[in-house]
Ligand binder design. Structure first.
Ligand code: FES
Ligand SMILES: [Fe+2]
Length: 401
């Protein structure tokens, strides 16, 4: 990307940051209003607990749609690889010699062994011009072609060409990597991002380097876990001593882009801007919660100047409606991963705020699982992002909204 287009993206971020801030300050000036949905939205408890819905979600939202698996800088060089595991599938993504990403089922064509194990936390990235099976050492090139079979005479007569890795659709788009676990044909990122594409493009995800990653599992429904990222109504109570200290509860601006959305909460510092002319406001840093349907939450924040971070939460259904997992990763731009860690310490999926949210989500799911049939829950007008999420899920599954 040229310096000029990078400048243009930075200018676009600056304009949007100011526009978002204007709306937040207007809410504060009005005494603490927030963006509203048209009406409260009710839905049944079974929406979270019914195994039939859960099975359809796995198939139609997670197997047949593109999912974001990481950022380009996780695989900067030829032979670099990452393993993506979700909803029972394991995929290995590699960068080939020409710089193109390829993805394969993480399954050996000999007897199905897992070829590459997920990198252990803290272990550096792995790179090699071959993918070699840990079972009997069959070895594949970065195009997935079988290149070497130890004890080859034992396989005489076997058509080697047919023994190759099974490809999985993969695409790299503006610094983000997507796969479709059981998709066919090429992945059209710009098409499924739709109106959200320019918003994701302006994040310049290609500039972000991985800082750390971790994972957690919880006994709750994946949608319930996701809901906790989509409203600030609970900041004053559940997060009274954490994010509630730095942010106003129940003051947010919400923008929908098809099934995707962006949400910004009001930092308490913004109260100082009420009644002051815009010309006296400090520079607004672009940020916000960027939700990529169906499961990815990118919390974006500007630090100083060029410095910015992305905290990614990718939420997946587990084996039953009451199990989920979250893959968490931090990325930074304009600051080295080492400097970021030194400045902010370990930021993992078990941060205080996440713990607070997941505890509620687990306890609530235990209630929902035994609630009287026909019980209904409700999202308020002040929870437009969650309303949008559930509407988008329902629409994707052809469920009544
Ligand atoms: S299963 Fe992979 S080499 Fe045997
Ligand atoms: Fe929360």
């Amino acid at each position: 990307m040229t310096d000029r287009s990078r400048e243009e993206l930075a200018a676009r971020r600056g304009r949007e940051a100011l526009a978002i801030r204007r709306r937040l300050v207007a809410h504060l000036a009005a005494g603490g209003t927030t963006d509203f949905a048209a009406a409260p939205m009710e839905h049944s408890v079974e929406w979270y607990t019914d195994p039939a819905w859960a099975a359809r979600e796995v198939r139609e939202l997670f197997l047949e749609r593109p999912l974001m698996v990481g950022l380009s800088q996780e695989l900067p060089g030829a032979g670099d690889r990452l393993v993506f595991e979700a909803v029972g599938r394991s995929v290995v993504v590699v960068r080939d010699e020409s710089g193109v990403l390829r993805a394969f089922r993480n399954m050996c064509a000999h007897r199905g062994a897992k070829l590459v194990r997920p990198a252990a936390e803290g272990r550096g990235r792995e790179s090699s011009s071959r993918i070699t099976c840990p079972f009997h050492a069959w070895s594949y090139d970065l195009q997935g072609t079988l290149r070497s079979v130890p004890g080859a005479p034992a396989f005489e007569g076997l058509e080697r060409r047919t023994r190759r890795l099974i490809p999985v659709p993969v695409a790299e788009w503006n610094g983000a990597i997507f796969v479709c676990l059981e998709g066919h044909g090429p992945l059209e990122c710009a098409r499924f991002l739709g109106e959200f594409a320019p918003v994701i493009e302006q994040l310049e995800l290609g500039q972000f380097k991985p800082v750390q990653s971790s994972a957690l599992q919880a006994r709750t429904n994946w949608k319930y876990a996701l809901d906790t990222y989509g409203e600030g109504y609970h900041f004053g109570t559940l997060h009274a001593s954490t994010i509630g200290v730095t942010h106003f509860p129940n003051v947010a601006v919400f923008d929908a882009f098809g099934p995707h959305w962006r949400l910004n909460f009001a930092a308490r510092a913004l109260a100082g801007l009420v009644g002051r002319p815009e010309s006296a406001w400090p520079l607004a840093e672009y940020g916000g919660i960027h939700f990529l349907f169906p499961n990815t939450v990118l919390v974006v924040g500007g630090l100083e100047g060029e410095e910015a971070f992305v905290r990614a939460f990718r939420i997946f259904p587990g084996a039953t409606p009451g199990e989920m997992s979250c893959q968490f990763a931090v990325y930074a731009r304009g600051i080295t991963p080492e400097a970021y860690r030194a400045r902010f310490g370990v930021d993992d999926s078990r941060s205080e705020v996440t713990e607070e949210d997941y505890r509620i989500a687990v306890e609530a799911f235990a209630n929902l699982a035994v609630a009287p049939a026909g019980s209904r829950l409700v999202f308020g007008r002040n929870e437009p992002a969650i309303q949008a999420f559930h509407r988008a899920v329902a629409e994707a599954l052809g469920a009544p909204t």
